[in-house]
Design a protein around this ligand. Structure first.
Ligand code: 5GP
Length: 527
């Protein structure tokens, strides 16, 4: 159960905490063996250390590509200490057992995220490091594997509490972490290749990520959670800089991602836009001449739901917009940037998180999406279809007016980001009623209209904003009833993928009511 540590091998790229650990190991009577850069750092601090080359009798060659890949090292890591044959092999070849492996890998993920060039990224694929991590973790019956500097204090405490030995459970836990690290590392490498080559077929990549943050809890307080990042450097919630506020929760990250991906559909060169998100669905989205104007229109859609929401902006958060946003209780604001004045206004709200991303992600970019199911996960390419690129086909007698057409494109752009079944009413480039996540499309339609009535009452208006609106549906209307519900609410034009067996019925119902309808040919299910 307990293994006395006599010899440690240290080979680390991240030299954080290295010297304190080396000193503590020597104090515990452990002999140190180390690779080039690591050995140099340790020796310069006056701590006794042997070079790996002294053990292998072989120099580091090929710019460090081959340094520890040698039987003297791998035999020392893999030998079963109480197996007669293994012991005989160690004696015959003069191999000394290694009891602790302190290894962290070439910073592949960091170099990739920093936008290194192809050759630099390839050179940062560690070979010997993962080989040693996997070997020592396999032999956890005898060997302790430490891959994360955060575990150094625990190693030191464990050795001093157990008279220089480690317990089995400790080595097992660190072995689990070691394989989590090498798996994430290789997933990052395959993901980088697939991204660089724009390979969307899942054959070319494994999925994984590096644990970036352990969260206080998951979707509910009794669930555990962590945020894993995959090294993708596009602007978004994983790469954002948090200027203020508490740590983001699991739900915050999920909602902030939904908000920012949605608002990124609006090209800032064309218009300012704001999205307000609750439970991963928008409760208000609008374009405007300014971000303040867009925010106020978005808020008007459903001011009740916006309470405690997440707000995404497609441009620099300015003082005027910040001034309005802080009037309503908000959890998170995410934007490409924030002016100093806006940041100061937000700073008055201690708990409000402000995230800046440095830009917007490209909605047309390829990428992969993962969803877990019992026993595995589902993977698909991201929905990078956008309405501007679609062939829109007018299917009714009446064609939409220019104003209707602009609102239709707006509504379909938003509907892509609403959980199915999605119905979005829009007027004047703002949502006026959103129906999300219903099991029947006609229910989503009714709910969206009902929300518009609520907004009318809240604003003290005479008629619901759906009067003279347009409506978007994420998938085809299977029957005419969903369309008729929209007509009843006052919509004058409809955008939907089409492709139902009963398209003719739906088109006839539209013609009967003078509705203009456009087919996109593309569906935007989102579950
Ligand atoms: P050092 O700074 O000590 O010269 O190098 C430490 C790094 O080298 C660690 O990140 C370790 O994982 C890596 N490493 C150790 N042995 C080998 C090897 O044989 N080949 C390669 N490519 N990397 C190695």
């Amino acid at each position: 159960n307990f293994v006395k540590a006599r010899r440690a091998l240290l080979s680390v790229s991240d030299k954080t905490g290295l010297l304190d650990l080396a000193r503590a190991l020597v104090e515990a009577g452990v002999e140190l063996v180390s690779t080039g850069g690591t050995a140099k750092t340790i020796a310069q601090a006056g701590i006794p250390v042997k070079d790996v080359s002294d053990i292998t009798g072989f120099p580091e060659i090929m710019d460090g590509r081959v340094k520890t890949l040698h039987p003297s090292i791998h035999g020392g890591l893999l030998a079963i200490r109480d197996d007669a044959e293994h012991v005989a092999a160690m004696e015959a070849h003069n191999i000394g057992a290694i009891d602790i492996a302190i290894i962290n890998l070439y910073p592949f993920e960091e170099v990739r995220a920093a936008g290194g060039d192809y050759a630099a990224i390839v050179e940062n694929i560690d070979i010997g490091g993962p080989a040693m991590v996997r070997a020592s973790a396999k032999n956890h019956a005898y060997v302790t594997t430490v891959t994360d500097p955060a575990d150094y204090p625990r190693l030191i405490e464990t050795l001093s509490a157990n008279d220089g030995a480690t317990p089995y459970r400790f080595r097992q836990e660190l072995a689990a972490k070691a394989y989590a690290r090498t798996a994430a590392y290789d997933a990052a490498i395959s993901g980088w290749f697939a991204d660089a080559l724009e390979l969307q077929d899942p054959t070319w990549r494994a999925f994984g990520g590096k644990l970036e943050t352990v969260m206080r809890y998951g979707e509910n307080p009794h669930q555990k959670a962590g945020f894993y990042v995959n090294g993708d450097k596009r602007p978004g919630v994983a790469t954002a800089r948090q200027l203020q506020g508490k740590q983001l929760s699991y739900n915050n990250v999920n909602d902030t991602d939904a908000a920012f991906e949605l608002v990124a559909e609006f090209d800032p060169a064309r218009t300012a836009a704001v999205a307000i998100i609750k439970h991963a669905n928008p409760c208000g989205v609008a374009e405007g001449a300014t971000l303040k104007e867009a925010y106020l229109s978005a808020l008007a859609c459903d001011p009740v739901s916006a309470f405690g929401g997440i707000i995404a902006l497609n441009g620099l958060l300015d003082a005027e917009a910040a001034e309005e946003i802080v009037k309503t209780f908000t959890e998170v604001i995410i934007a490409p940037d924030a002016s100093p004045e806006a940041a100061a206004i937000v700073a008055a709200k201690k708990n409000l998180r402000l995230l800046v991303t440095g830009g917007l992600p490209d909605p047309r970019a390829t990428g992969m999406m993962v969803k877990s199911v019992a026993g595995g996960m589902l993977v698909q390419s991201r929905d990078n279809s956008i309405v501007d690129d679609l062939d829109l086909r007018v299917v009714t007698k009446r064609a939409p007016s220019d104003k209707e057409m602009a609102d239709l494109a707006f509504a379909f752009r938003v509907a892509k980001h609403v959980k199915s079944n999605a119905i979005v009413y829009a007027r004047d480039l703002a949502t006026v009623g959103i129906g999300a996540g219903q099991m029947s499309r006609v229910d989503s339609s009714r709910i969206a209209a009902r929300k518009a009535l609520d907004a009318m009452e809240a604003a003290g208006l005479g008629e619901p904003l759906t009067m003279g609106s347009v409506v978007a549906s994420d998938a085809f209307f299977p029957f005419a009833d969903g369309l008729l519900a929209a007509v009843e609410a006052g919509a004058t034009a409809v955008i939907q993928p089409g492709g139902s067996m009963r398209d003719d019925e739906v088109i006839a119902a539209a013609d009967e009511h003078g509705i203009a309808m456009v087919f996109t040919g593309t569906r935007h299910f989102r579950h």
